[in-house]
Design a protein around this ligand. Sequence first.
Ligand code: ZN
Ligand code: ZN
Length: 349
Amino acid sequence: MYGVALTDKQTLEYQEREIPKISDNDVLLKVHAIGVCGSDLRIYQNGDSRVEYPRVIGHEIAGEIVEIGKNVQRFSIGDRVTLGAHIPCGECLYCQKNQGHQCVKGETIGYQIDGGFAEYVALPKEFVEYGSIQKISDATSYELASLSEPFSCVLSGLREVGIEAGDTVVVYGAGTIGCMYIAAAKRMGASKIIAVQRSEARQIKAKEIGADIVIDPSKSDTLSIVNEETNGFGADVVIVTAPAASVQKESLEVAKKTGSVLFFAGIKPVQEVPLNTNHIIYKQLKVVGTHGAPRDLHMEAVKWIDEGLIDFSFFVTHTFPLKGTEKAFQTVIRKEGLKCVVKPTEARI
Ligand SMILES: [Zn+2]
Ligand SMILES: [Zn+2]
């Protein structure tokens, strides 16, 4: 088979590789679509302590089951599925509480084991038993199904902030994740969505997917616009998808009293952010962070995609053959469009 391995920092090699061999409890998946995630870019650019070279990275995977170990009962050859990213151990405190995304082992597809930028990916026993392998409806394309993993992370954030119909929501950053938040919040009944975004191309995306107001923070003052739009109260929910200290600080100011603030993306490299914690105390804010998603929300994400609850095709702006994986990464680095999806089965066509 062909696969794209990260052989060093910033070095992706398209190479011939062995089709992975599976044991009795494993599953072999033919990868039909794999999305480029922001975290893939960080591994590519800076390396990651969990990733040894050479490694096929990538965890936003949809494909077809082509081989199953003799002990595998829940799946059959030919199943069309999409995957969560985490490999829960199934036994630790977190795994037992439906928090496999916080498993003490912290194993993830495309980090400690080979991921999806390849024609085939092997799913080990723990993943088959405790990870999220969700069947997709016949009408759902693999391309859209590959959005299930990032969208499950969006649903996880929304569950934590407890969004309600009628809420005013501020979303910082209108990349793929920010736009998913805008669309999902709208679908869940938010009455006014304010996006904050510098790049003009992404301002347009935010508008198209449902933002009522788009603020360019290099030209206008976000706090005063949010206040004007909310009769001086501030936003019910503030979602920060742009990993920047200044934005995290400001998010506490634009939230209304008793509002919720979500920090979605981590700041890398690590940086201490001085926050005015009096906002949290006196305004009684709920400030939460989320990372990844538990299995039930991955299941729910697939339901949203199967049922077309929002326009998922909006988010995929570029597709590439497997050979074009490096191009896909460069496209994301240049912040062109939204989600780039690689389609390994079209690799040699
Ligand atoms: Zn991802
Ligand atoms: Zn665990």
